[in-house]
Write a protein that binds this ligand. Structure first.
Ligand code: ZN
Length: 465
């Protein structure tokens, strides 16, 4: 009997613990239902794109929650749609509004390649599965549900809060460009939070060890460099040859390193990451580089690791090669593609000028493969960073909040170009081995749903309470 009693009370105790860990946040169930509905919508660019339906679905939720029609704007664009929702404040804080942004679209997913149906929300062993659970429908629905919750509580923000959902972040980003250019007055804000990047980092044991805020991104540019030659019959060889000219240029490119650069962001990044890095060689180099960007021993170490090389300056690499037109002809042309990730503030023109100097052949033709969008680094905004730190520390006390520079592009770039500093962060705490965004069997720990409801609620209260 007594043994039984002990077991019973042990069960009761463990039930209590389970209950407190799994406590459902207000409106979390609503967010969960919306996540389920949204995963079932194929918001993929191309025929059958259901992004406009998703926007209409969300607009309906806002309307039913009491947001006035004029504050809910759907902006159709080709096969997709963006939306802007304004939560009007009483302006008691005298501050400009802030933007919370994410994207409605997802990357294509082929059901035959997946283990599970990508367009169905499936929960298994503490994980949510489905296309977009990580990138980034969980953010869209938790931001929406937080607006609904605040409205139901009668909350009146001290400044306007503007939700911006873009419709083609994963492809052309044209809807973001449209919103940030043509609807610039509708999104005028002090800063924009991009819920699509940054976030919490778990180690392989599931322990949170840091939190990232993407505050800049490198500029992406492709240059096509072509050597031309009159060519001729291969039985009549000459010293001048398009392939040889290009080959000499390639060797020069391979030997070139761009100047070392450091910004307030990368300095802070290396200072903080040095303390987390377990490899003593890298950790020492990070700390030394943060102190002195001209410490070339430190630079050499950092540049020998691909994941850190790009944080020390611009990087360019040859990625494609084409040349000649027949086995028995002197080549009339030879072309390489150079892909660059340009340090914020440098500019794609200056980068091309530098490369021309390095390759040192006036006869090479240069061509920018596609127009380049470039944005400067956003300043490390104290209001943003200190609020995020307080809110994240409620979840995981003491973990460092690290400003980071993304190597790829996000909607944040277009807000920066429009003069609105932007910061990418999410409530997603995940380990690298679980990140399958854009890939197969995309997943996100279930705990991030409730966490997102807490995080957005608290952040909005920090910035507009
Ligand atoms: Zn995304």
């Amino acid at each position: 009997m007594s043994t039984g009693k002990i077991i019973l009370s042990a069960i009761a105790a463990s039930l209590l613990i389970v209950q407190s860990v799994n406590a459902v946040e207000p409106f979390e169930n609503i967010a969960h239902d919306m996540l389920k509905d949204s995963i079932a919508m194929r918001t993929v660019s191309g025929p059958g794109n259901e992004t406009p339906e998703f926007a209409a679905y969300l607009a309906d939720k806002f309307k039913k929650a009491g947001f006035p029609d004029q504050d809910i704007m759907i902006i159709p664009y080709e096969d997709t749609a963006a939306m802007i929702v304004r939560y009007r404040g009483d302006n008691s804080s005298d501050k400009k509004p802030f933007v919370l942004s994410s994207h409605l679209d997802v990357v294509e997913a082929l059901p035959e390649d997946w283990e599970k149906n990508p367009f169905e929300l499936i929960e298994q062993n503490g994980m949510l599965y489905g296309r977009g659970v990580l990138d980034t429908k969980l953010n869209v629905v938790t931001l929406t549900a937080t607006f609904l919750r605040l409205k139901s509580e009668g909350f009146i923000p001290s400044r306007d809060i503007i939700l911006v959902f873009s419709g083609d972040e994963e492809t052309a980003m044209a809807s973001t460009r449209l919103v940030t250019q043509k609807y610039r007055d509708q999104i005028d804000a002090e800063f924009a939070i991009i819920a699509d990047g940054g976030g919490g980092n778990l180690d392989e044991n599931g322990k949170a060890f840091s939190y990232s805020i993407d505050s800049a991104e490198k500029t992406y540019a492709d240059y096509e460099v072509t050597a031309r030659n009159p060519g001729g019959h291969s039985s009549l060889p000459r010293k001048d040859n398009a392939i040889y000219d290009l080959a000499r240029a390639i060797v020069k490119l391979s030997e070139f390193e761009f100047p070392v650069m450091q910004s307030p962001l990368t300095k802070a990044y290396f200072e903080k990451t040095a303390k987390l890095e377990s490899n003593p060689e890298i950790s020492k180099a990070m700390a030394a580089f943060a102190k002195n960007k001209n410490d070339m021993d430190a630079v050499k170490v950092l540049r020998s690791y691909p994941q850190y090389a790009g944080m020390t300056g611009t990087t360019c690499v040859a990625t494609l090669l084409k040349g000649g037109h027949a086995q028995n002809a002197l080549p009339q042309s030879a072309m390489m593609s150079i892909n660059c990730r340009i340090f914020p503030g440098v500019g794609s023109d200056a980068t091309m000028a530098q490369l021309k100097k390095v390759l040192d052949n006036d006869n090479l033709e240069w061509h920018l493969a596609a127009p380049v969008d470039e944005s400067d680094e956003s300043p490390l905004n104290e209001e943003v960073f200190s609020a995020v730190e307080r809110v994240v520390h409620d979840e995981f006390p003491g973990i460092p909040i690290i400003p980071t520079m993304a190597m790829g592009a996000s909607d944040g770039m277009y807000f920066r170009i429009a003069g609105i500093p932007s910061y990418a962060l999410t409530a997603d705490f995940i380990k690298p081995s679980d990140v399958f965004a854009h890939g197969l069997n995309e997943r996100n720990p279930s705990a991030n749903l409730g966490r997102a409801m807490r995080l957005w609620y608290k952040l909005i209260n920090e910035w507009a309470g």
